[in-house]
Design a protein around this ligand. Sequence first.
Ligand code: ACO
Length: 327
Amino acid sequence: MGIKIRGTGSYTPDKVLTNEDLEKMVETNDEWIRTRTGICQRHIAAPEQACSDLAEKAARAALEMAGVAPEELNAIIVATISPDHIFPSTACLLQHRLGATKAFGFDLEAACSGLLFSLETARGLMSVNRKYRYVLVIGSEKLSALVNWEDRNTCVLFGDGASALLLENCPDEEDCFLASDLGVDGNSLDILSLPAGGSRNPASVQTVTDKMHYIHMAGRDVFKLAVNAMVSSCKKVLEEANVSIDQVRWLVPHQANARIMSAVAQRLPLEEERVFINIGKYGNTSAASIGICIDEMVRSGQVQKGDYVLLTAFGGGLTWGAILIKW
Ligand code: ACO
């Protein structure tokens, strides 16, 4: 029995915020942002757009590519750290919006590793129960709502966007998912978190005054941990699948920082030409980034049947992982 990716979709909002625009907002400059991160611009959602609105556009694109109707969906998983609300889940809102009358759904929170964790979860569901024929996996983020636009350490990094992958259970075909490795380490609250708004620090005048509803990050610490964790996960999945790094057509890393991606490629090792990088256009879109890459690769014909594609991610939690796919 096999699971296939039947459709892909992505969406980024119309509004573009360039590095030059940011120069007018905080003490930064285009050269610093480009050389330290690889980012040139990012897309920013309109005030009336929330996570589910971005997700809906990506979802419809994936369904259209596959020629599958929303009523045929059995489940919807939305990876996000910027849901419309704490509850109901964004997946519930999306189910209603799409008219996915047969689907159940839930949100999954694993920060930038969310798409990988969701793919693994979908794969588990579909392997255990064949009645799940179509599962829609989405990464959707409105990070502009979680960013402190006065903090140059973080505001230059993030962007908004969504991506969707439609999985189909195909009993007579080979599984496209060859191997996976996922991990978490909860001993890292200090280096990457959004401190308030949950039950530990409920919203109050004090939490707002203390700017606790924004992303807090110790970038340098995250950088080192990210490289080590992604390299280790990639090596594990290659070994498990008995595939060599030379056979991999594309490494698709979470788009957090071009220097992190280069460091991972160097250590695997793999030439930079085989690393898919689009961070320049979108910044870090957290759970959405890997799916946006995949959609671009599919629509531009850069990935072909039989290609080995190695996905890897790292994010708040800490969370990390890698999944090897045979396209
Ligand atoms: N413009 C100009 N200068 C800046 C800016 C800016 N936007 N931001 C920081 N600086 C300054 C700092 O203040 C510091 O100045 P100092 O030396 O006088 O103190 C100097 O630049 C260097 O700062 P560093 O933090 O050491 O810069 P670094 O090279 O590490 O790059 C960055 C920072 C881009 C954040 C990098 O560390 C990084 O990408 N980290 C990983 C981010 C990541 O992967 N996050 C995970 C996912 S996010 C999630 O899960 C939600």
